[in-house]
Design a protein around this ligand. Structure first.
Ligand SMILES: [Zn+2]
Length: 220
């Protein structure tokens, strides 16, 4: 059977459109929101890279699909609100603050999708907890800083990336040069690894600008 030329052209354009749409979003188009299947997704990156926004986006989509969702965050993170995960641009979703990763297992018997925000502040027990949840058919979505302000892997994040089914590294924009930024440079003098803050304490930088900033810091 012979198709007119126009048909080929239209089909081709349609396929291109679909491919482009797939590129815009994260690779979750293949995830069936309504089917219960255990998996671990990690969203990592520097400060201001949109990790929490992406976590909230995925959790809200799961909610639309009538999945039972719950977000946990470390009790240490009290920047904005005790009971809500709040991203820097104020999109928020209700969450449960907990002291240790083991507590997550106590709350998840009736849950389809577990979200974990600021995962870098949790203990290393979180690795086992996430595996247990996923093995029991729960979708686990983890957001966290992959590096601390010194550029070292942060808390349980490297191990969580290793056991994840899917890792999305998101980037901020370097405030010095406009390139993609992977580093969180601390702008105040303080050597504590756990220093929670916003724009005043940190700036996102690319590798080159980060190294220059560290050199400058040494001279002060
Ligand atoms: Zn830069």
């Amino acid at each position: 059977m012979k198709f007119p030329r126009l048909y080929y052209l239209c089909t081709h354009i349609h396929l291109i459109k679909i491919t482009q749409n797939h590129m815009v979003l994260f690779s979750e188009d293949h995830i069936l929101e309504t089917r219960r299947r255990g998996r671990i997704e990690v969203i990592c990156g520097s400060m201001f890279s949109g990790k929490t926004e992406e976590l909230i986006r995925r959790m809200k989509r799961a909610q639309f699909a009538r999945q039972r969702v719950e977000i946990f965050k470390p009790a240490i993170d009290t920047r904005y609100s005790e009971e809500e995960v709040v991203s820097h641009d104020s999109h928020s979703i209700a969450s449960t603050p907990i002291d240790s990763s083991a507590s997550i297992l106590l709350f998840t018997s009736e849950i389809d999708v577990v979200g974990i925000d600021e995962a870098q502040f949790f203990d290393n027990g979180l690795i086992d907890v996430c595996n247990q949840l996923a093995n029991n058919g729960i979708r686990v979505i983890i957001a966290g800083l992959d590096m601390d302000f010194k550029g070292n892997p942060f808390g349980p994040m490297p191990q969580l990336c290793a056991i994840a089914d899917e890792v999305s590294k998101v980037h901020a924009i370097c405030v010095k040069c406009g390139q993609l930024a992977s580093f969180s440079h601390r702008t105040v003098k303080n050597d504590k690894q756990f220093l929670l803050g916003e724009t005043a304490e940190y700036e996102p930088l690319c590798r080159e600008c980060y190294l220059q900033a560290l050199e400058k810091d040494k001279q002060v």
